[in-house]
Design a protein around this ligand. Structure first.
Ligand code: NDP
Length: 386
């Protein structure tokens, strides 16, 4: 019997289950790169479209696990030595966590987790796990690659438009009973004709480029691996050999690379100094890619005209985190990859990975980050160990 320790974000303040706005969600069976959406043997322990990412939703896993005789502990209490997470970690064989409410698996915690064999990210991005320590301890690290890439890409498009067109402040003026059009439009522009660049053109970065193409922006990217000439031609892309070159050429920058030790604080005062005055920066990748106070300085000086994103460090962000109140920000809590549509896919992918693990069959290569003491599958392409 295995102990499965699952850390999920708290239920809605308004109670669980919520009142749903819609009755169903579209069925997505494959992604743009041809990868199939999760295919667990099932049955799924939930109806797609239900809130399964919070504690009471349990990712729909309870019946499946308990039928096999395993123990499922679900908690949102994840930080500090007296947390429920640390209490159960010592004898957990499987830890499931989401990037939105990450149970940080530091090397100290991994040292205490003597029975841990599988760290499963219900979503994408395993930087909350110390991958070096996991590899040394022969813990398999997996994530549900592709499950929420489009969810995030849509969020990026929304933030590009909302920052450049000054949507959020204009909405606030309307909601408060105001009608000063000049106040709304004195920071509002069209995106048409602007230069947009993504730093990393992986699953999400490329999906963003494809979605922005019809807006007649001029599109740029940088990535360690160049996209095919066909894709570059189809989207009219300008390739840059590095981020420094890209940020000098564009009006709007999207950050979409993974976080690993050498990309921490990649975006700092020096990088901001290279940008055009009045640039915009979108970050749905990871908060720690950007130096926290450098963003505030760039907004206050006017180097940046706006910053939006949903990723912070730590998460949840403290109430006094400066990104909550800095000027011209469009920040949200970490939500882009956990729409109800995304949850249906990453919960199904979590079940698929557990079925493989407990059934002794191989986990899909694209879901692997660390396996057999080294980076594997998607991990070998996207991450670096120190
Ligand atoms: P992919 O692995 O598909 O793409 C990552 C890309 O980053 C790859 O093309 C990789 O290059 C490139 N890359 C790696 N290092 C660098 C670098 N130093 N400079 C520039 N590019 C680099 O991942 P996804 O697109 O699916 O996800 C990207 C990130 O987005 C995740 O790691 C995660 O942190 C974040 N994310 C956030 C979510 C949210 O809810 N906000 C949800 C999902 C993901 P190559 O492989 O060509 O070498």
């Amino acid at each position: 019997m295995a102990k499965v320790l699952c850390v999920l974000y708290p239920d809605p303040d308004s109670g669980y289950p919520p009142k749903y706005a819609r009755d169903d969600i579209p069925v997505i069976t494959a992604y743009a790169n041809g990868q199939t959406a999760p295919t667990p043997k099932g049955p799924l322990g939930f109806k797609p479209g239900q809130l399964v990412g919070s504690v009471s939703g349990e990712l729909g896993l309870r019946n499946y696990l308990e039928k096999l005789g395993h123990e499922l502990i679900v908690t949102s209490d994840k930080d500090g030595p007296n947390s429920k997470f640390e209490k159960h970690l010592a004898d957990a064989e499987v830890v499931i966590s989401q990037p939105f409410w990450p149970a940080y698996l530091t090397k100290e915690r991994i040292a205490k987790a003597k029975k841990l064999k599988l760290a499963l990210t219900a979503g994408i991005g395993s930087d909350h796990v110390d991958l070096d320590a996991a590899a040394r301890a022969h813990i398999t690290v997996t994530e549900v690659t592709g499950s929420n890439s489009i969810s995030v890409a849509e969020h990026v498009v929304m933030m590009v438009l909302s920052l450049v067109r000054n949507y959020l402040p204009s909405h606030e003026i309307a909601a408060k009973g105001g009608w000063n059009i000049a106040d709304c439009v004195s920071r509002s522009y069209d995106v048409e004709g602007m230069n947009f660049g993504t730093i990393a053109a992986g699953r999400i970065g490329l999906a963003v480029l494809r979605r922005l193409k019809p807006f007649d922006l001029r599109l740029h990217y940088t990535d360690p691996h160049r996209l095919s000439p066909e894709i570059e031609k189809e989207l009219g892309l300008t390739f840059h050999p590095d981020a420094e070159s890209l940020v000098q050429a564009v009006d709007i920058v999207n950050l979409q690379m993974p976080l690993y030790p050498s990309t921490e604080h990649f975006f700092n005062d020096r990088m901001f100094s290279l940008m055009k005055r009045g640039s915009y920066l979108i970050n749905t990748a990871r908060g720690k890619l950007v130096e926290r106070d450098a963003v505030v300085r760039a907004l206050e000086s006017g180097r940046l005209a706006g910053y939006a994103g949903d990723v912070w460090f730590p998460q949840p962000a403290p109430a006094d985190h400066p990104w909550r109140t800095m000027p011209f920000n469009g920040m949200t809590p970490h939500i882009s990859g956990t729409s109800l549509s995304a949850q249906a896919r990453y919960a199904a992918g979590t079940l698929e990975i557990l079925e493989s693990y407990f059934g002794g069959t191989p986990i899909r290569d694209e879901y692997l980050i660390v396996d057999g003491g080294m980076l594997a599958g998607t991990g070998a392409k996207s991450y670096k160990l120190t």
